[in-house]
Design a binder for this molecule. Structure first.
Ligand code: TYC
Length: 121
């Protein structure tokens, strides 16, 4: 039957990667496959204030594990000192989790109570 058009591969889930649309004429329409990519969820790593961890130690943690300059690290440390909590960086889940663990372990080894946590952005 000529002139009848059946919609194919119109939605994101209809395109299974087949490169032809069947018109029954031996010709076809090339349908480009759109690769399914998803942006990963991002997580904020937070540093918490306490009364005992030395300021210089917190600056060192920010330089060592969060790749901050001395100036940026000092700014974040002072923000946490005054406000109680502050963002050290935003990372994918596994990277954020690693930085939280590294920070807490490093603080513990130096007998400081410094705490660090993460939250979904
Ligand atoms: N409040 C601490 C002090 O006065 C310094 C400090 C800053 C501790 C930031 C923890 O995440 C922190 N020595």
């Amino acid at each position: 039957m000529a002139g009848v058009t059946v919609p194919r591969a119109s939605g994101p889930d209809r395109n299974d990667g087949d490169a032809t649309g069947g018109t029954g004429t031996g010709t076809g329409t090339v349908v480009k496959t759109r690769p399914k990519t998803k942006k990963p969820s991002m997580y904020r790593v937070l540093l918490l204030n306490d009364d005992y961890t030395p300021m210089e130690f917190v600056v060192h943690v920010l330089e060592r594990f969060f790749n901050k300059s001395r100036e940026a690290a000092t700014e974040i440390m002072l923000h946490v000192h005054h406000r109680g909590v502050g963002v050290c960086g935003v990372y994918t889940y596994e990277v954020a989790e690693t930085k939280v663990t590294q920070t807490i372990d490093f603080a513990r080894r130096h007998q400081h109570p410094l705490q660090c946590t993460m939250e979904k952005e």
